[in-house]
Design a protein around this ligand. Structure first.
Ligand code: NAD
Ligand code: ZN
Length: 347
């Protein structure tokens, strides 16, 4: 089969022949219908410091996808060949302290398919049956291909109360944009968003943000405080990883509010704990991945109800072999998800 792989240390990826994965008794082999490129894939392509420490070539990338079950191991009962599926690509161990507490998203022995093991930028991908998510037929294929980042957004938005509450999304990359749509669907009263990229600010409006601020041109904190009668927002959903955005987010958070931090800063960030957290009585949460499998249940319910409109997010669709143009476009900071088709575009 063909796959998009990191074959050696250094920049770039190669579209290569690879062996069809051999499955064990508790595995599922999935024929990939559509896969989507994540910011992490761009980092691995560019071979940044994080990738150099984490990625062990050769490995097939790709952790956002949907497909059809091709074959199942003899112990698998939950799905059968022909089922339309996606998967949680964070594979937990099932026996560490957190796994035993039902907190598998922060398992001590987590590995990620498409990062630590072969992933879904391939004609076929092997997934442990426990990680397979069988999809309702009402979920369209292009949405099914991006459940991984949508799950990040759902996990963040629903990590605290949102109905009737004001939220601030700092950073409108794909996940921030999805968070806007999810917050809208879940009854947020006023959605503020900050973003430095003009195209993405326009997308934020389309996704349902009420007030979109360019923090490079306007005092974002002053604007949000003004619009909330001096109170600040009930919830900060931090989705940029940018230190300025993080500081502004805390400054715009009301006393008693919650800060849910998903964005990953590249360096240590200093916080004024007294002003921003302690005297505010703020709740600060780190958000990692998706809760297994509460987030998947919530996400499916929202999609089935037709509540989350993600259409503005989707850009081009290309055959997997055309990956270079897709990676170049995304690296240029254009918002949107580009879908890759390892088994041809038709069907
Ligand atoms: P992205 O890099 O596409 O989006 C970040 C956005 O923040 C960009 O649009 C950028 O222009 C914007 N930004 C930069 N500086 C800003 C500022 N000062 N004010 C406002 N906006 C600013 O990333 P993404 O794919 O949407 O992911 C969002 C973040 O979440 C990234 O940091 C990513 O690494 C992280 N992430 C975390 C998890 C997790 O499990 N915690 C999972 C996936 C991604
Ligand atoms: Zn574990």
């Amino acid at each position: 089969m063909k796959a998009l792989r990191k074959m050696k240390s250094g920049r770039g990826l190669s579209y290569e022949s690879a062996a069809v994965p051999e499955i064990g008794p508790a595995d599922v082999l999935v024929r990939v219908r559509a896969a989507s490129i994540c910011g992490t894939d761009l980092h691995i392509y560019g071979w940044d410091k994080w990738s150099q420490g984490r990625i062990k070539p050769p490995v097939t990338l790709g952790h956002e996808f949907c497909g059809v079950v091709e074959r199942i191991g003899e112990d698998v009962a939950a799905v059968k060949p022909g089922d339309f599926v996606s998967a949680e690509m964070h594979v937990n161990c099932g026996h560490c302290h957190q796994c035993r507490l039902g907190e598998a998203h922060v398992c001590q022995n987590l590995h990620i398919l498409g990062i630590d093991r072969d992933g879904a930028f391939a004609e076929l991908v092997k997934i442990p049956a426990a990680n397979i998510w069988k999809l309702d037929s009402s979920i369209p294929e292009h949405y099914a291909a991006i459940l991984d980042p949508l799950g990040n957004a759902v996990h963040t938005v629903l990590a605290g109360p949102v109905a009737g509450r004001t939220v601030l999304v700092t950073g409108c990359g794909p996940i921030g944009l999805m968070a806007i749509a999810v917050a809208r669907a879940c009854g947020s009263s006023v959605i503020f968003a900050t973003e430095v990229n003009e195209q993405r600010r326009a997308m934020a409006k389309k996704m349902g943000a009420d007030v979109v601020v360019n923090p490079a041109e306007e005092d974002a904190v002053a604007r949000i405080l003004r619009e909330t009668g001096g109170t600040g927002v009930d919830a900060l959903l931090e989705m940029s990883g940018n230190v300025t955005a993080i500081h502004q987010g805390f400054a715009a958070l009301r006393a008693g509010g919650r800060a849910s931090l998903l964005g990953i800063p590249t360096e240590a960030v200093a916080l004024d704990l007294v002003k921003d957290v302690i005297f505010k009585g703020a709740t600060v949460q780190g958000i990692y991945g998706r809760r297994m499998y509460e987030t998947w249940v919530q996400m499916t319910a929202l999609l089935k109800a037709g509540r989350v409109n993600l259409e503005p997010l989707f850009g081009e669709r290309v055959a997997l072999s055309e990956f270079e143009s897709a990676f170049a476009k995304l690296s240029g900071g254009h918002a949107g998800k580009i879908l890759l088709y390892p088994n041809g575009m038709a069907g």
